[in-house]
Design a protein around this ligand. Structure first.
Ligand SMILES: Cc1cc2nc3c(=O)[nH]c(=O)nc-3n(C[C@H](O)[C@H](O)[C@H](O)COP(=O)(O)OP(=O)(O)OC[C@H]3O[C@@H](n4cnc5c(N)ncnc54)[C@H](O)[C@@H]3O)c2cc1C
Length: 351
């Protein structure tokens, strides 16, 4: 006789909470565990001035709008607090301060999650919702800077007081790198090293948020392996909220090409230019923290999680919130509910 399902959801960010919402609707028993002691802390730990790039109408989970002007953008703390209220609103069973140190399969084929406290939780199904932007990448080149250069990442940077006086170099011109450069430009001599040329899309078009158009045209839901999906993935556009290179230059940011070498306090660039710097902020992306998952088939050789559309090759193991899990929306708030619904449907069909 097969055991009735009991789902362990690891991670109580938007992906885990949306999964909880759908499990509740499907009457499947579950618990959500999170290593943090407060819901929303993955947002509260990001830089203080962070304002979401998705307006409120596209920053909500199923069943609860985010109050306020739907065309405008929630702040970091506003969204973190929304998540906290959301968990209470649907009375989601939560265990905070409960980091999973090890996830393994038991002899009976079920899952055992060993918490840092040593407690063991058993589950028939597991949904990993631990986020796609976990460990900031620091490239090997960083080792070339001497101890006189303060090194931060987009995760350890809080506000301009995090950065000592002197020239600061931000490496990476994604949304975070550009936000941080714009914020620092009036406080410190600021350089921004860009990589591949990026396309930014206009913030609004014909009176509507660009997200409205992307959503209603179906582009956000274009499958990851479709021609449009592949194009979106390659270009990875984000909205231009006064963060195009020309407007950053007007704010005083000095635009540099790719960083190619670091030597002591000298940064060298692909155009043979050099700059003497006092600090560097790495904003070049993230990697997964998957060491705690001790099921070899759950991971690719590079340590990233293996899955197709959120379904692991390991039976009864699933993901929600992976970047490009099914489409561009998957790692965004607007995609969490839909992806969670699809995974919970699979769990209920297989129970
Ligand atoms: C700087 C930045 C800005 C962004 N802005 C936007 C935006 O404007 N709009 C938008 O739609 N998206 C945005 N995103 C993308 C995405 O919405 C966020 O990254 C969001 O936090 C992802 O939610 P999540 O639930 O998947 O993961 P997270 O919010 O990272 O939550 C994962 C949770 O899992 C827990 N956890 C991890 N490992 C374990 C473990 N072993 N045991 C127990 N718990 C564990 C963590 O404590 C955490 O609470 C942004 C991302 C970044 C990095």
């Amino acid at each position: 006789m097969t055991k009735p399902p009991f789902v362990l959801v690891v991670g109580a960010g938007q992906a885990g909470l949306a999964t909880g919402y759908h499990l509740r609707q499907a009457c499947i028993p579950f618990v959500i565990v999170d290593g943090n002691d407060r819901i929303g802390d993955s947002w509260r730990r990001r830089y203080t001035s962070l304002t979401l790039f998705t307006p409120r109408q596209f920053s909500a989970l199923p069943g609860a709008i985010i109050p306020g002007n739907r065309e405008l953008y929630p702040t970091r703390d506003e969204f973190a607090d929304y998540l906290e209220v959301y968990a209470g609103l649907f009375n989601l069973p939560l265990r905070l301060n409960s980091r999973v140190a090890k996830l393994q399969r038991s002899l009976s084929g079920e899952f055992e999650a060993i918490l840092v406290s040593g407690e063991i939780l058993a589950a028939t199904h597991v949904v990993i919702a631990t986020g796609g932007f976990q460990v900031p990448l620091v490239p090997k080149i960083a080792a070339g800077f001497g101890s006189a250069v303060t090194q931060l990442t987009a995760e350890t940077y809080r506000d301009p007081s995090s950065v000592p006086d002197g020239v600061v170099l931000i490496v990476g011109d994604g949304a975070s790198g550009r936000d941080i450069a714009a914020e620092l430009a009036s406080k410190r001599p600021t350089l921004l090293a860009a990589g591949k040329p990026r396309k930014l899309f206009p913030e609004r078009f014909l009176g509507k948020s660009i997200w409205w158009w992307l959503h209603w045209s179906g582009l956000m839901r274009a499958p990851v392996d479709s021609a449009i999906g592949r194009l979106m993935r390659r270009t990875d556009p984000f909205p231009d909220r006064d963060r195009n290179l020309a407007s950053l230059a007007r704010k005083g940011v000095r635009l540099m090409p790719r960083l190619t070498e670091a030597a002591g306090t000298t940064a060298k660039f692909s155009d043979a230019g050099e700059a003497d710097i006092g600090s560097v902020i790495w904003a070049v992306g993230y990697r997964d923290d998957s060491d705690w998952v001790q099921i070899p088939a759950a991971k690719n050789p590079d340590g990233s999680f293996a899955h197709t559309n959120g379904v692991s090759p390991v039976p009864n193991l699933f993901f929600v919130g992976r970047p490009w899990q099914r489409n561009r929306a998957s790692a965004l708030i607007m995609g969490a509910g839909r992806d969670a619904g699809a995974i919970v449907k699979l769990i209920s069909e297989r129970k």
